[in-house]
Design a protein around this ligand. Structure first.
Ligand SMILES: Nc1ncnc2c1ncn2[C@@H]1O[C@H](COP(=O)(O)OP(=O)(O)O)[C@@H](O)[C@H]1O
Ligand SMILES: [Mg+2]
Length: 144
């Protein structure tokens, strides 16, 4: 499904809805150029999962792990593959265990950069548009 998001608030609101569709064990790849809104969407997802912490892109680490309370999902892993040189770096940093954990949801910005590592991820594609803050998001059926 193709959706137009008019501003960051709408993107966060969509993230909240997506959170309700996530199932434990899911691996999600957030794709689109810098500034497309991947982190903004993730912020909405985290909020929807009841995480209060402000979510920013992991800068000095490849991914971070946040506890989720009161759901079948116990952990949210938020990664960013933008800076990595070899997909295996993510595995070496320990992502493998989370990818295989049935109680974890793993969400990786720039997941398309580590295709070898993420097996059959749910892919969300964000695109900027010519009209200012508008973004187009392609949402797969499992998340609608
Ligand atoms: N419709 C929109 N959706 C998401 N972000 C938007 C939108 N309109 C403007 N923005 C702004 O664009 C920037 C997107 O940044 P970010 O979410 O960090 O992108 P990415 O993680 O894809 O690089 C933010 O500053 C956000 O406020
Ligand atoms: Mg980002």
């Amino acid at each position: 499904m193709k959706i137009t998001l008019k501003n960051a608030t709408e993107t966060r609101a969509l993230g909240k809805k997506i959170a309700a569709r996530l199932r434990p064990g899911m691996v999600v790849s957030l794709e689109g150029p810098l500034g497309a809104g991947k982190t903004t969407l993730l912020q909405g997802i985290a909020q929807g999962l009841g995480i209060r912490q402000t979510m920013t892109s992991p800068t000095f680490i490849l991914f971070r792990v946040l506890p989720v309370k009161g759901r079948s999902i116990k952990w949210l892993v938020h990664g960013d593959a933008y800076r990595i040189k070899r997909p295996a770096e993510m595995i070496e940093a320990g992502l493998h265990d989370y990818l295989n954990d049935p109680e974890t949801v793993t969400i990786i910005e720039w997941g398309d950069q580590i295709k070898k590592v993420l097996k059959r991820p749910v892919r969300i594609k964000l695109s900027p548009t010519k009209e200012g803050d508008n973004r187009i998001v392609m949402l797969p059926a499992v998340l609608t």
